[in-house]
Design a protein around this ligand. Sequence first.
Ligand code: 5AD
Ligand code: SF4
Length: 497
Amino acid sequence: MTMQNEDLKVIDEARQGEAIQMLGLAGENKKKLFLESYGCAMNFSDSEIVASILIEQGFETTPVMEDADVILVNTCAIRDNAESRVRQRLYDFKKVKRTKPELVIGVLGCMAERLKSQLLDEEKLVDIVAGPDSYRDLPNLIGQVESGHRAVNVLLSREETYADITPVRLDKNGVTAFISIMRGCDNMCAFCVVPFTRGRERSRDPESIVNEAKDLFERGYREVTLLGQNVDSYLWWGGGQKKELETEVVHAAMNHTLPAEEQSKFTTFADLMELVAQVSPQLRVRFSTSNPRDMTDAVLHVIAKYDNLCKYVHLPVQSGSTKVLGDMNRGYTREQYVQRVEAIRRILPGSAISTDLITGFCGETDAEHKETLSLMEWAEYDFAYMFKYSERPGTAAAKKFTDDIPEEVKSARLTEIVDMQQKHSAKKTKEGVGKVHEVLAEGYSKKSRDMLYGRNSQNLVVVFPKENFKPGDYVNVTVTSCTGATLIGTGVKKVFN
Ligand code: 5AD
Ligand code: SF4
């Protein structure tokens, strides 16, 4: 189970460019929206908010681009090729606009935020540029275009979390859903464009998060993934930004070391996980992404306490070299990272761990690259997302360092880490054979309607005979074989009755 070249995006490559398909046919008088999404899970989650805002305004969505009155594309800027892919796609939209001049085309998300009005100059047929914090303004922006003006809103907010908007669920299985728990990022990793495109970190009111989880559960959903750029950094004390508080207070609150009365004013990520875990033992909870610099043992102990908190931690390391980690401004050394992995193995035995890795960061020597390989050899990740470094304009790395590793070297190093990861992933998958796994059924296997697929707590995909089961059921599956990254089960037994 590996994702290798940098075309592949974090979370779910299969969903890239997915258009919303739901709510049946658009009514006679309703305007039709075609909304397509790229990038990370957070972006897909944002698209659900965009759809919700526009449906409220009388729009209906269409899966057919040619039928649309408005085309919106929610974009990613994390690597250069994420942006090239969107520019390529704009050509298709432009063809439709040639035959339908009143068509409104909008670019949303991280690429919109990065390029701002420059995008209007570069892509002449784009009418709207809207950054991640401006989606409430979309009806107004569309109105401006209809009255003959091009429209830009790339203001980043200190408060916006869209907490009061119930997202329209665009995932099709009705079993798993994303819940955004925070927005933005304050980490300032040297390579990363996210702090510039998504702004300052802010946490969402825990009550609205728990209510969203409850509502999903009541509607038949059985798994939620809590999303944030750095979930361990989640902190709620009634709103506001962390920098308004003293650093020591933030640190103590996150580590649960304040006097009880003080501590009770804060909701940390560990507290939030506990609140969501208590919605129902039948609601699985996942979370992404953890950050080695902020992940506390308190979070790990909560995960250990509840069966429905999934035993799977995505803990990006980026590099195995302390020197490179320093240049990347990651805020931890190789040794500190190793200690975090050891804490996971100690507190959550049997948990899966995955990571993100970048090859060819500025100045990375062959010896430093080998340190990444040796760390991988030690950690034996279950899964990894691996990328070649792609310089992003405006980032600290772009300003301070030279992107000096030749493309062939980046590629050769990527191949080496991908090969190693494939070996580890295959080993981990094989270890699952001969065991019984608790699987949440998510849908029918693509290959056969007689088979269901789902995942175990460690996030491995398991395919098994349907028998009398249906998506949303928890089943104990005896796994008898595997192919690549998938476990194949035979014996099946229901878990909850
Ligand atoms: N080049 C390559 N990969 C990057 N990532 C983030 N920024 C860059 C970049 N400029 C990767 C990191 C991060 C993941 C979401 O994308 O590995 O964890
Ligand atoms: Fe998501 Fe980052 Fe891409 Fe924005 S730039 S869509 S936050 S991965």
